[in-house]
Design a protein around this ligand. Structure first.
Ligand code: SIN
Length: 284
């Protein structure tokens, strides 16, 4: 049977697993899809090497996991509007995703995850860090776990993609890669600790990119606890650093992980194709 005999090898770091002996261009059966989804829920990120997906095959793969979320802010591949481009040219300084975040936490129903496929990679650098939000939660004290389980947090897209975006304030050269600032109107409130929709495990659900404050708290009151949680969650033992090559894929679950695209390859091109799959409402 096609693609059902793949093997799962934990990354050896704090998050993620490699899926080996698989050719995703052949498609995935229901059984393979279900096993991949369970593994994603358990490990937070699936890594694949040497895949030869065409853009159409990339779309077909993503559709096996849910409805595609067409990105409001990123440029798209011209022939395939469902595929967002994560691109940095040799003359550009700012990259997309260059800080810890989890995508779409500003949406009422955050996206499940993304399938990011490397098309062109720099000779060195351009790795992506991932962090494990199950471990981040699990490694807190019982007292803080209990406090967080009673809290919700407010998330927004406005300060990242809106008219007063922090990228704009920093003079970032992203204008040809980000657009549609008028669409950056999303605000949402989610539990600070969620029960993961696939694994049922508890995960910390605040992130430096999009979380503004705890619900009912001021920004100033929230900042010290959020900063403590961010430093804790990003501890090296909770993370894994993935090195890309053309044909590499990372398929991450936004509800179980954060990610951070390193910006250490100025003067080289890096081009990734990203398809995001819809998720649903999150519960404590
Ligand atoms: C992103 O945040 O989606 C970009 C990740 C990457 O380019 O490695």
């Amino acid at each position: 049977m096609q693609n059902e005999d793949f093997t799962i090898r934990p990354s050896g770091g704090g998050v993620g697993a490699f899926v080996e002996n698989v050719d995703l261009s052949l498609g995935v059966t229901d059984q393979a899809r279900d096993r991949l989804r369970q593994t994603l829920g358990e490990h937070g990120v699936l890594f694949f090497r040497d895949q030869t997906l065409t853009p159409d095959e990339h779309v077909t793969l993503a559709e096996r996991f849910g409805t595609i979320n067409v990105n409001r802010f990123f440029g798209a591949v011209e022939s395939h509007p469902m595929i967002a481009e994560v691109r940095k040219e040799p003359d550009q300084q700012t990259n997309i995703g260059g800080g810890w975040h989890t995508d779409h936490s500003y949406d009422e129903e955050p996206a499940m995850g993304s399938i990011l496929l490397a098309r062109e990679t720099p000779p060195t650098g351009g790795d992506t860090l991932f962090a494990n939000m199950y471990a981040a939660y699990e490694n807190l004290s019982d007292g803080l776990k209990q406090t967080l389980e009673g809290l919700k947090a407010v998330h927004s897209s406005r300060h990242v993609f809106g008219a007063n975006s922090r990228y704009k304030q920093e003079g970032a050269d992203l204008s040809d890669r980000f657009g549609n600032e008028a669409a950056a109107t999303q605000d949402s409130v989610h539990p600070a600790v969620i029960s993961h929709p696939i694994s049922g495990k508890k995960a910390l659900y605040v992130n430096p990119g999009f979380t503004l404050r705890f619900d009912g708290w001021t920004d100033a009151e929230s900042a010290p606890l959020l900063q403590m949680l961010y430093a804790h969650a990003a501890k090296p033992e909770h993370t894994y650093r993935f090195q890309w090559a053309p044909g590499s894929i990372a398929f991450w679950d936004n509800r179980a992980t954060w990610h951070y695209a390193l910006n250490d390859y100025h003067g080289s091109r890096r081009l990734m194709h990203r398809i995001t799959v819809e998720g649903g409402k999150l519960a404590a």
